[in-house]
Write a protein that binds this ligand. Structure first.
Ligand code: SF4
Ligand code: SF4
Length: 95
């Protein structure tokens, strides 16, 4: 099954409180200098949650699949990461 087909089996219930955020934007600038673009968080995320716009990381947390890869991949430990609140976030569409 292709990734796009697998993604279709999920549904996302938006939590109005973002469960992901960037701790320090200056670290992202350092990261860009050291690793170039796309940065590690962008490279590992299967759901295109992170984008680099005007020298800032923009976080589209609504698409997050809760895999945790970005938290591990960020070399600056710069991502504040927690699960969405109870009943929010992803679930299997037919599960
Ligand atoms: Fe910022 Fe971490 Fe992404 Fe680098 S990998 S741009 S430090 S969030
Ligand atoms: Fe992307 Fe996974 Fe991080 Fe969510 S937890 S933002 S899907 S890498």
């Amino acid at each position: 099954m292709k990734t796009e087909e697998k993604l279709y089996t999920l549904r996302y219930k938006k939590d109005d409180l973002p469960h992901l955020s960037i701790k320090d934007e200056n670290s992202c600038l350092e990261c860009e200098k050291e690793y170039g673009t796309p940065q590690p968080c962008i490279n590992v995320c299967p759901a295109n949650v992170y984008t680099w716009i005007d020298k800032k990381i923009v976080v589209g947390y609504e698409n997050c699949l809760e895999c945790g890869a970005c938290r591990v991949a960020c070399p600056f430990n710069n991502i504040e990461w927690k699960y969405p609140r109870y009943g929010k976030g992803i679930a299997l569409r037919y599960g």
